[in-house]
Design a protein around this ligand. Sequence first.
Ligand code: KIV
Length: 271
Amino acid sequence: MSTYTDFRKITTKSLFLSKQKGTKIAALTAYDFITAKLLDQAGIDLILVGDSLSNVFQGNETTLPVTMDEMIYHTKAVSKGVERAMVVVDMPFMSYQTNLDEAFRNAGRIMKETPAGGVKLEGGERVAETVRKITEAGIPVMGHIGLTPQSIHQFGSYKARGKDEEEARQLIKDAKILEESGAFSVVLEKIPAELAKEITESISIPTIGIGAGVFCDGQILVTPDMLGLNVDFNPRFVRHYANLAGDMVEAVKNYVKDVKEKGFPSGKESY
Ligand code: KIV
């Protein structure tokens, strides 16, 4: 009888086998050592060092300001906490859009300077050549289509994508092209569940959904969102599995009170 921690080390191959067996893939983001270690211990399959760190770690409005050096810095920290999960790193805005050689060099930098297992970049048909060049060098690439936050200024909003026929057709085409170009998986962000189902059934590589319904081969959420740390961000696709913001404020209030009232440290906590 298989369990959800079947594989000793998650690789592109085990993710592909998971899709074939119908075993769902559980993915989350991490940006630091402790979080990555806890996610890995809990049996997460894939950890994404997402450029969402721009929003939830650095406090920026968009994902655009993050740099290659910052992605590498966070990936080094995350990787030290991970034994089983596959670590995938977002290629930041403008690290792969300028030209093929720069994209190739930056993907190579991530793989040389960190122990990550692959990179992720946003876009479908328009990044096909880039995906092909990077994968041909032996670097696993994850695609990302639907709502692609690095293009926020082009979209003008974070609304769901693929709701009209033309955009839906293009997304199906994008997913197929990503597969043909060598991508090992593709993130589907904020698209209708039925469209995600059609895409999932039309390609052999696993789809990982965020706001894309239950038919994807796996799911990903931004960890501070699902742990209830990022209380100001409440889209419908986020389920709160904890209320860590509340717990944290309560804990810190108790600490402040104890310090002020000389209740901490006690004799036992002193030398
Ligand atoms: O940056 C990120 O965290 C992501 C996920 C939302 C898929 O790209």
